[in-house]
Design a protein around this ligand. Structure first.
Ligand SMILES: Cc1cc2nc3c(=O)[nH]c(=O)nc-3n(C[C@H](O)[C@H](O)[C@H](O)COP(=O)(O)OP(=O)(O)OC[C@H]3O[C@@H](n4cnc5c(N)ncnc54)[C@H](O)[C@@H]3O)c2cc1C
Length: 303
């Protein structure tokens, strides 16, 4: 079904924002990606439930994204509907006993700032990770030895057939940059973080330290999707890429960052094909030199 036809079918029943043939380069930190047939930002949870019901009736495939900071969308775009949970479901509420309740669409930097102001400790490691709470928990985002899943108390999810379920931390079955939310898949709508009361000034200082390290190590001035590859057990992927002398190698507009070897940056006009070719090249060279097969961390959508 064409994007505009599908969008018109949703228009009268969905209250959120609906875009037909929406370029995904507008919704990814890489600034890369062809059009999604339809992109919807639901207004609230009932709107999301109604949207899923309609899509099921129409037999239209759908994909859930957050702020698109870990995504590479192919140049051909995405057939079906992208449900974007960012700039919506973005509440942040302190419940007492160290519980911080956040909508999946809340931006992680805002959540971390909120926690620091309240003297709630546990999120310091995540202060500079871009994207939403939903994306961070679904991916079990990590930095400086901290992992998102470890500070989750419970989450609220919606199954693809429209059931609302609350899950505990262990139910997430978190692994390296993955959880049950990605594998099943489920739609994450709310997260309760279990944090510890501390002195606000001490929390702020620890968070700032991680911010400074990040700014020093990562190419934050160029579009990217963070680390391109998962770290193989016990070693950083970047060490292998660096040792293979791949820093600065370029295909089209995509380049292996000279600052952080595990970042592929969009140096201007990169296509998804450029990035995918560069990732394959990196995998081949690293494998031929070290017999280590690097696994993509960036989630590739569409095509
Ligand atoms: C400069 C930079 C630095 C980064 N540093 C780090 C870092 O230190 N550590 C780290 O782990 N990552 C890092 N990343 C990657 C990325 O920011 C994180 O993985 C982030 O948590 C992704 O959140 P998002 O909202 O952008 O998710 P998206 O990129 O939109 O989605 C990522 C995945 O999560 C799924 N998803 C998103 N929201 C939901 C939801 N509500 N329900 C179900 N599934 C959902 C999507 O389907 C997709 O598979 C970095 C990225 C950049 C650009």
């Amino acid at each position: 079904m064409e994007g505009i036809t599908l969008a018109l079918q949703l228009k009268d029943k969905v209250r959120g924002q609906i875009y037909a043939d929406e370029p995904m380069c507008r919704h990814t930190s890489f600034h890369i990606g062809g059009p999604a047939d339809v992109l919807v930002i639901p207004e609230d949870i009932p709107d999301l439930l109604e949207l899923i019901r309609l899509l099921s009736d129409l037999q239209a495939p759908f994909y859930v994204i957050g702020a698109g900071t870990n995504l590479l969308v192919k140049d051909e775009g995405i057939r079906g509907v992208v449900i974007k949970i960012a700039n919506t479901l973005s509440h942040i509420n302190r419940l007492g006993d160290g519980i911080l309740r956040c909508g999946a669409g809340a931006l992680l930097p805002s959540v971390c700032k909120n926690a620091a102001l309240a003297g709630l400790s546990g999120l310091e490691f995540a202060g500079g990770i871009p994207g939403t709470v939903g994306g961070a928990v679904a991916m079990n985002a990590s930095a400086f030895g901290g992992f998102m899943a470890e500070i989750v108390d419970t989450v609220e999810v919606i199954t693809y057939d429209g059931q609302q379920v609350r899950l505990g931390r262990d139910d997430l079955e978190a692994g390296t940059k993955t959880t049950r939310i990605l594998l099943e898949p489920l739609i994450l709508v709310e997260v309760d973080f279990a944090l510890k009361q501390d002195d606000p000034e001490r929390v702020r200082k620890r968070m700032e330290k991680y911010f400074r390290e990040r700014a020093h190590r990562q190419p934050l001035n160029l579009p990217s999707a963070g680390c391109a590859f998962k770290n193989p057990t016990g070693e950083g992927a970047g060490r292998f890429i660096d040792a293979a002398e791949l820093k600065g190698v370029r295909i089209g507009g995509a380049e292996v960052s000279r600052l952080h070897a595990n970042f592929i940056v969009n140096n201007g006009g990169a296509t998804a094909e450029d990035v995918i070719s560069l990732m394959k090249h990196v995998q081949e060279v690293v494998y031929s030199k070290f017999q280590v097969m690097l696994e993509p961390e960036v989630r590739i959508l569409g095509g």
